[in-house]
Design a binder for this molecule. Sequence first.
Ligand code: 13P
Length: 264
Amino acid sequence: MRKKIVGTSWKTHIYSMVEGKELAQEIKERVGYVENIDIFILPTYPLIPAIADILQDSHIKWGAQNVSHREKGALTGEVPPRILRELGCEYIEIGHAERRNIFHETDEMVAKKVKLSLDYGMVPVVCIGESKEEKDEKLSKVKLKTQILWAMNDLGEEERKKVILAYEPIWAIGQEEAAHPDYVEEVHSFLRQTLQSEYGNESSDMIRIIYGGSVNSENALELSRQENIDGLFVGRFGLKAADFERITQAVLQVKDKYKERMVR
Ligand code: 13P
């Protein structure tokens, strides 16, 4: 059984130390005790040590929104994986649409970052997703499969199982509304089948597939209810601790339903 998971990337929405520390503190007070699902926060790099200090005595984990594609060397402005590990990062977000589009990050770089993160004992959260044009031209599946194959390219079976795939359709990021839960379920089920046919049942059963793109406290429950959605990845609507708590509760609620069903 895959453990449900809720994560939030603050992107650069949170852009001061004071604001970041206050938000982390409040989130910790509201959901820091939760053990039945995994929870993580991805602040901007310089906030990581302060967030680590706040969260270390809670169940909430932290990580980074990016990592260098090479371990070390002449890479001005990049952040090496080793330092992130030393700062206690457990999760590394890789290949977000904003990184691919604004910073021209390629599938090849994504593959290197995935491998390096795992080498340093961190879980890669690999973002994949199609644009509106690709969706309209019925190219979503080709795009998603290509992104998965690249991301898993250098990995052995045990490494593969640790990867989290975050399905984030580009057209649903930063919008008023998320993609429809039925649509997301259809895509996630395609992703699951792709993992099965490429890597076998054992890997496919372990790899978590989460959804991101305008998740909020209203749509979180319906999204979480879908069979192949293993968790949610939240942007803007997680920037208030009360909203993030409601989203977490939605995932918890569904998780507990599963448990009840299994007990009966
Ligand atoms: P929003 O929730 O703000 O749409 O952002 C989603 C996202 O990109 C999470 O990585």
